[in-house]
Each structure stands twice: as C-alpha cells, then as structure tokens.
Design a protein around this ligand. Sequence first.
Ligand code: GUN
Ligand code: ZN
Length: 476
Amino acid sequence: MGWERTDSGHLGKTHTLNSTRSATAPLLAVRGEIVYFTSDPASRGAAACEHFPDGLLVIANGRVVRCGPAAELLPALPSEARQIDHRDKLILPGFVDTHIHYAQTSIVASYGARLSTWLAEYAWPAEANFIDPAHAAAEAAFFCDELLQNGTTTAMTFATMHPASVEALFEAAAARRMRLIAGKVLMDRNCPQNLRDANAATGDAQSRALIEKWHERDRLAYAITPRFAPTSTPEQLQLASRLFHEIPSLYLQTHLAEQRDEAAWVAKLYPDARSYYDVYASRGLSGTHSVFAHCIWLENEDRHMLADTGAAMSFCPTSNLFLGSGLFNLARAREAGARIGMGTDIGAGTSFSLLRTLSEAYKVLQLAGQTLSPEEGFYLATLGGARALYLDEFIGNFAPGREADFVVLDPQATPLLARRMANAATLRERLFVLMMLGDEQCVAATYVLGEPMFYRNSHRINHSNPPSSKVASHAF
Ligand code: GUN
Ligand code: ZN
C-alpha cells in the first residue's frame, strides 16, 4: 500500500487549496497517543473508538494519508518525511463548536440576568459596536485565535446584523485557514433600532451579497441567520426560507426553545403555529444544514420532526446553566435520532473550551438522571459536531483523506492533572479526567490542515527534517 492518495475530496466549489493528488507531496508524520471516533459510541460502544497508544498520523498537503500504530508505519516512512514528536500527548481531531457568537466575546461573563435582560443589557450593546469595521476586524482576529487556543478548528458562529462583521470574521478565519460557518444576523423587529434590518428585503439582499462573495470560498460557508423567532417578522422568515431552498449548500442557524418565557412569547407572536419549532418548520427552515441552538423546551413530537428533517441540535450546557435556561434532554434527542453537536454559545456560554463545555454537559445530564460517558463526550465534540454540520466527509476523524485539523492535549498540563493522571489506568479514565478538569491549559498545540496554528510557549514542538538524498519513495 502506498502513501499517495488518489481521491482528494473537495472543500467546496471554489476551493483554492492544493489537492492531494500529487504522489510526491511532502509528508508530515505526527507521533503521539492518537484517539478518534469512526461512529457514535452511544450506539457502537468501544468499536466506535480508534486508539493508538503510540500512533502516527501521516499527512500530505493538509490531508490525512494514514493513521495507525507508529511501530507499523514508521519503518516504511520515507526518510525525508518531516516528523513531529508529541509522544507524551494525546492527539485528537480538532474540536467542533456548533454554536457561538463571535461578537459577544468581549461581554462573556456579564452578571445577573436571564435571556431577555441579558440580551438587552449586554449582548445588543456589544453587537452595536460592530458598526465599526475596525472593531469587527480586531474582535474577529481575537476570536479566531481564542478558538485555536482552545483546540477548536471548526465553528458555526453568529456575526451581527452588520455585513462588515461577517466580512471581518471570514477574513480572519481564511487567514488562519480555519473551517468556519457564519452569517449576518437577521432581525426586523423586537430589537434596538440600531440593530434592526430596515426591512425584510434589505436583510435578505445583504445576506445574498455576502453569500455571493463568501459561501464555499476556501473552507468557509454561509449560514442564513435569523436570530430567533421573536426578532423576525413572518415575512423575514419567509425570505430566509426562500433563500435556504434556493441554494441547498447554505446553512441555517437560529435559536429554539431556550427559555420558558421565550417560548410563551413566541406562542403570542405566532398564534397560528402549533409550537415554537413549528414556527420554523412550517416555513421550511428545518432541514439538512439547519442548526437549532438549545432545544430545551421542546415537545417530543417536535424533537422527532426536527430529527426527521435532518436538522441538528446544538447542546450548549455552559450557557444553559449561566442563563438558567434549563436542562437539555440528550436521551430524548438521541432517541429521536437527531444530529447533535456541542456549542459553547459564547457570550452566554462561559468558556471557549470544549473540554469545559463537556464537563458542564456531564453535570447537566447528571441533574437530569442521565449521563455522558467520556467517549460520548469526545465524540460529540469532534465527529458528532462534524456530522451535525454535515462536514464529516471532511473533518471529525483521521480517516484517510480527511483534512488534518487536530488538537494536541497535554494530560499533565497542571500539577493537579498530572497527579490525577497518575491514578488513571485506562484511556477511558484519562479522557474523563480531561473532560472534567481540562480547559485551554491542556491544549499544547492546534494544527490546521497539518500546520501548527497555535502552540503554547512552554510546549516545544520538535520539528525534524532529516536530510536525505533519496527520491520520495511511496512504496509502503
Ligand atoms: N436568543 C436570541 N439571541 C440569543 C443570544 O445572543 N444568545 C443566547 N444564548 N440566546 C439567544
Ligand atoms: Zn446563541
């Protein structure tokens, strides 16, 4: 078997990255303890997990060529392959954040409010500042760096209602070669005047212009982004639906059934709707590529309908606790067959770290009499998120051909972790400790398309480029 790949997959209709068809592409081999999922451990159990205690991830042109035990792969590795040694670390696919607001980064941890007052007092004033493109550019750069520092390589994010806020974010993500899905927030009622679309048609026109410029450019994709039912007129939702159906590759992101009083408000605003979910579904807004954040106060019938359309739920536990929203019912969501991803929901969420988010998810589920195994947690933060976003053909694990986005976790990052890890005998135990005690301090490095985009100062990456006179030999 050779190192070369013959199918390069694709990044979107106009991607500009190199393909991996070249048999002589320089190889990168990253060594460490490798863990990833090939399916959902909730249904497949241990068979869902690939684990190589001393593994090698071989990459060419930013894509995975092979992944397996180092002892098996190293002897045939071409001598000119660049090797990176992360042997005392865990290597996992980059984390996927399925719901976050980049424009709320600077107001994270604002005290003492429920959703409606939190929006009015903190979120909306912060978003209004994005009228200034220079502010948007600075916030977007900080945001993308923060994602990378936390091991997150793919995110689905809200911008603000200002088109320039989307431009700034896509530019920042493209500069870092990250996968990012984002959109201009649509709001044409029940919000401050300075954040309101002049009318439904102007919001639609601005979305279309952004789609034209950015959708499927490099690793970027556009999400039509009606904030939530209360801030859109029926006309605005109708236009969003028309656009969503016109271009099937577009995403749609919104909030659904986060708080009880929000749901009661929606019932008043949309008296003809059978339920909150029905406000969206009856207008054709639930389908493949739709992501609904929160999904707490849902009738079970709606969970099933949502799942049947191919839409996804984003579970945002730190936000749900912070705003006192309620407890996401993972068991019911799974029974319904819904696609489920994890979301940090910054700035109502309290951490960019998917590790911290998993810790809170575990506790939310404990309160609901459910549980979250470490395997299921890490699955949700990687392949589960990729599936929720219909990106699993590109990211989420280390199958050959996948984009080489990965995070290097240091299980000894703090004295407490090191002490605790000394008592953890199995991978499962160590994953659980990381999930409960870990945060961005554990992220030793984050790689995007095989390139280190972030590494902690204290962590030295050992790049070695052994000189070789040999011509690349791909016989393996
Ligand atoms: N519902 C509508 N807008 C928002 C928001 O910005 N954050 C959260 N958590 N919920 C919302
Ligand atoms: Zn949100």
